[in-house]
Design a protein around this ligand. Structure first.
Ligand SMILES: [Cu+2]
Length: 133
């Protein structure tokens, strides 16, 4: 093993550790509820659709002041994720505008941080995007 390879080998666990620090543990966002709706319910490819969601705590109080984005992903290789910011339109109510680039099955997640800095990554569900005919 060359010294460079040895150095890389020593570095790798540290990099993995740093990456895992950014992932929330199960406890951090356990109490957060997201109520998600999409208009239209079946979005069309290459047309803008609007996702709106309410962020609530365990007692169903709204959680304002979060910094959030919505990520859309398809389950096949070579497809870049769709990532759009969500803006707060009312206390705990966030809106994002999504233009899906391919028809088919997408998976949506809300990611970011709450006002107190707590990290959030929550899958909000699957979605079928229709083709324009
Ligand atoms: Cu795709």
């Amino acid at each position: 093993m060359t010294s460079r390879a040895a150095a890389f080998g020593a570095l790798l666990p540290a990099v993995l550790l740093m990456t895992s620090c950014h992932r929330p543990s199960a406890a951090t966002d356990y109490d957060v509820v997201i109520e998600w709706k999409m208009a239209p319910a079946v979005p069309l490819v290459d047309r803008e659709s609007v996702g709106e969601f309410t962020l609530l705590d365990r007692s169903r109080r709204p959680l304002p002041g979060a910094t959030l984005q919505v990520e859309g992903r398809m389950q096949h290789p070579g497809m870049a994720p769709l990532i759009e910011p969500a803006r707060e339109h009312g206390p705990g109510v966030y809106v994002t505008r999504l233009t899906f680039t391919m028809a088919g099955a997408w998976d949506l997640s809300v990611t970011g941080s709450l006002r107190d800095g707590q990290r959030l990554r929550r899958r909000v569900g699957g979605l079928l995007v229709g083709s324009q005919e």
